[in-house]
Design a protein around this ligand. Sequence first.
Ligand code: S3P
Length: 433
Amino acid sequence: MSRTIEITKIRRFSGEISVPGDKSISHRALLLAAIAPGTSRVNGLATGLDILATRQAIQRLGAVVTRISETELDIEGREGSGNLQEPDEPINCLNSGTSVRLLSGLVAGAPFLSVLTGDRSLRSRPMLRIVEPLRRMGASIMGRQEGNCLPLCIHGEKSLTPTDFRLSVASAQVKSAILLAGLSANGETSVTEPFQTRDHTENMLEAAGISIKRTGFMVSLSGPSHPIPINWKIPGDASAAAFFVVGAAIHPGSSLIVRDVSLNPTRTAFLEVLRMMGAEIEVLERAVVFGEPVGTIRVNGCRLKGISIGRERVSLIIDELPILAVAMALAEGTSLVEGAEELRRKESDRIQSLVCEFRKFGLGADEHPGGFSIAGLGRPIAPPFSDAHGDHRIGMSLAILGTAAEGTTIIREAQWIDVSFPGFEALLRRVSI
Ligand code: S3P
């Protein structure tokens, strides 16, 4: 159902929060549990609709899911993709790119037909990046536009051919799809990325007993193999925390603590960017849970300065660029983001959505083919309406911008936020002063 949120200007952010479980880790915990023989427990699961999509998908594939609480599940898995069960209807991945791409890798090793589809946004996102390597490994895949668009019909093979794949786009989803398929291949499967991306699949496979080789940007594993059941404990989502970290950073006088959040270095590069912009950020505690660093972040608000971000940094802040753009708009000096064309292939064309919405607030923003520039020292004025563009991260970024804008920011179609962060609005009100 369509929902609107209204945000007014605040003085600062204050308090202590925790955020929902990490979305990337939650997807992987569910998928690995589905192919682990025996019962896995997932504790601290992300609550958004994307995770619901993966949860329903593994049930359709024969995993037995028992709900203990909203964020805790028991999952009885099958021994490897080859023992999954043919779904008797299409699997709807809703808005979730991670669900559909990682599942494709999983069912590539399942000897039956799986049909994968999603909502309008997901049906328009590129899939050849996974279809090509999975075809090369022996899966038969048909889909709209020669296999580039959902729905995809995947007929897997119990025994796939190992591959050595060099990615042209830095993508953790593609890397993970190939590694998951590699579990069903007879021999060594390797993936080489142009830049480092998040490494949860590697960490979690290792924690579940699979040996992973990492050499520079190359990752390999040997199949056939399957993970063992694990009691996963999922840390808070750093990308969800980023909205509040930036919110506090842009309001001088703020002091905010975010507890139990993932500090995986492939996810926290946005903290480095904010520090380079002059933000005061401290990491207070650290622990390592199943190979994933976890801790507490404290952020104090102060004046920020603009920054230039090049391609080499983009893959590690890809999900945080929309909210970093809000920090750039309020910082002193021009900011520039380059080499970020992948932003155009997310839940919306994020370069276009951001520039379009920022201009409505009277901010100086320009679109480039591979990024954007932002004038800085903006004095945002709430427009009559602002639009989430069907994109959770755009919706939340605009809400944080609204806390610094004159007037009342009205965000239409704000229900999209529930894709990754139900409860975002209530949490925002709780820390706003
Ligand atoms: C994700 C990888 C990223 C990211 C997405 C989640 C993952 O996508 O944008 O939100 O969990 O692997 P790409 O790997 O396609 O860039």
